[in-house]
Design a protein around this ligand. Structure first.
Ligand SMILES: [Zn+2]
Length: 489
């Protein structure tokens, strides 16, 4: 902002005074701390005002802390779809949206919306969002940062009297479910808005037998299959969707920058593998006579690891699986067994059944299919060899999403502007990353063009109470959204 500071001394007619003033300015400028320090508590209030640290940093951080306390348990952070804490969080976000000058409402899937029509209510709206639900024992930035950055940026426009000057409507959406903890079905909120949530989802039930519809009804929200279909936004009414999210990985920390542009989101498949063997006494059944599903599961999991570490060693090359697809896979493929259960799970019993999940992610959708095919074949082969019965079910599939080049380019410029405003220096090229994690932008890509920005998080840690974004990076994230919104003025 230093460049826009008025240099009124030029207008002083007396040459002598001008020279003295000039020297004085040189001395003052030389004595000033670096521009990024302008907004520090001890810095110049003018700089702080220009950089909106009170709203984009101090208040945003305080709100992240407050929202992080809205939990269904005292011991850790947990907010699942339509839980009591989830409803309280929605109400709190709604208050903040109203404080930012937005008109608010909650829809029948529990999404919380805040909108300003700007100058031209009939123009296509920019949607900005992220999710208000959390995993179990969560951190307070995942999801919340995207919502709070957007609300804070709009609040800055409101305080500057600029909200009504937006050339198109802007709507912030706090989605009710992205993590899918309660119903094992991700994107309940954003998929409903995008019109890609199957109506049968309303009848899916949680571990205690409550359906999605029942969970909403418990909070006095009546939803029918017909209502659900009507939640879909008209694509012609939407300009695009942007989302700010913590990176959940270590790349930005490694390159030493707070913000990065997301080029695309990896596609994902979740499998559930059930292995059935012959249950028996641990002490009496000879090793040669066992049909042990635990040992079979172990062999399958170790095979999965080898396959996903070196896919090129296992895939055959044909028209569907080209060299470039295999190279892309080798760079982005990740496979995880995150959940395993055995029955009856006792130390002196050979289990009768073992069930485990497999999560496969890759940028290339065809490559991911090839991996699933190879993995399933080899797993069935292991089961045959060990005389156990295997069932592999596909529980979830999402194709990879490429972010929109034009919208991404605008968001990248906004990130660059934000970093420059905060540091006062040329921040260099904003890094471009792939996202291995799914985000609401995936669901929203079925409705409109999407772009995403990642924010550095300490150690790349997420889904953990250790998840942390520095106050200055919270500031950078709000400033990036503000810089983007300013292009709509
Ligand atoms: Zn998230």
């Amino acid at each position: 902002m230093a460049a826009s500071r008025p240099n009124s001394f030029v207008a002083v007619p007396d040459v002598f005074v001008s020279v003295l003033s000039f020297l004085l300015v040189i001395i003052i400028v030389a004595a000033l701390p670096l521009p990024h320090a302008l907004a520090s508590p001890n810095g110049l209030s003018e700089g702080a005002n220009l950089l909106h640290s009170e709203i984009l940093k101090d208040e945003a951080v305080a709100r992240l802390i407050d929202l992080g306390k809205v939990s269904d348990t005292e011991e850790y952070l947990e907010r699942t779809f339509q839980s009591p804490a989830s409803v309280r969080a929605g109400n709190l976000i709604r208050l903040w949206m109203e404080d930012a000058g937005l008109l608010t409402w909650a829809d029948q899937m529990g999404n919380v919306h805040g909108r300003h029509e700007g100058l031209n209510p009939s123009e296509k709206a920019l949607l900005i969002g992220s999710h208000l639900d959390t995993v179990i024992d969560a951190g307070k930035f995942d999801g919340a940062l995207g919502i709070i950055s957007a609300v804070s940026a709009l609040k800055v426009l409101k305080t500057r009297g600029m909200l009504g000057k937006l050339t198109r409507p802007v709507e912030v959406i706090a989605f009710s479910d992205e993590e899918g903890v309660r119903f094992q079905s991700t994107f309940l909120g954003s998929a409903a808005i995008a019109g890609v949530l199957p109506v049968s989802t309303l009848h899916v039930h949680d571990k205690s037998g409550v359906t999605v519809q029942g969970a909403l009804r418990k909070n006095s929200i009546e939803i029918t299959e017909q209502n659900l279909v009507q939640l879909k936004y008209d694509p012609d009414s939407v300009f695009g969707y942007i989302e700010v999210h913590i990176e959940q990985g270590p790349v930005l920390e490694t390159v030493g920058l707070p913000l990065g542009l997301v080029k695309g989101i990896a596609g994902q498949t979740r499998l559930r593998v059930t292995v059935k063997g012959s249950q028996g006494h641990a002490g009496t059944v000879p090793m040669k006579m066992r049909q042990d599903p635990m040992a079979a599961a172990a062999e399958m999991i170790v095979f999965m690891e080898s396959l996903c570490k070196q896919p090129q060693d296992y895939l055959s090359y044909d028209s569907q699986c080209t060299t470039s697809a295999v190279q892309s896979l080798a760079g982005s493929l990740v496979c995880t067994v995150g959940e395993i259960s055995t029955w009856p799970s006792a130390s002196n019993v050979i289990p009768g059944q073992v069930t485990f999940t497999v999560d496969v992610r890759a940028m290339d959708d065809l490559g991911r299919e090839a991996i699933i095919y190879e993995m399933s074949n080899r797993m069935y082969h292991i089961c045959d060899k060990r005389s156990v019965l295997c069932v592999i079910e596909r529980k979830h599939d999402a194709n990879g999403v490429a972010c929109d080049p034009e919208l991404s380019s605008k968001l990248k410029s906004a990130a660059y502007t934000a970093l420059k405003r905060l540091s006062g220096e040329n921040p260099g090229e904003v890094p471009v990353l792939m996202s291995g994690a799914g985000h609401d932008a995936m669901a929203m890509s079925h409705l409109t063009k999407v772009a995403m920005l990642f924010v550095r998080c300490r150690g790349g840690v997420s889904h953990s109470p250790a998840e942390h974004v520095s106050d200055d990076d919270v500031w950078a994230s709000g400033m990036a959204v503000l810089s983007f919104l300013e292009t709509l003025l």
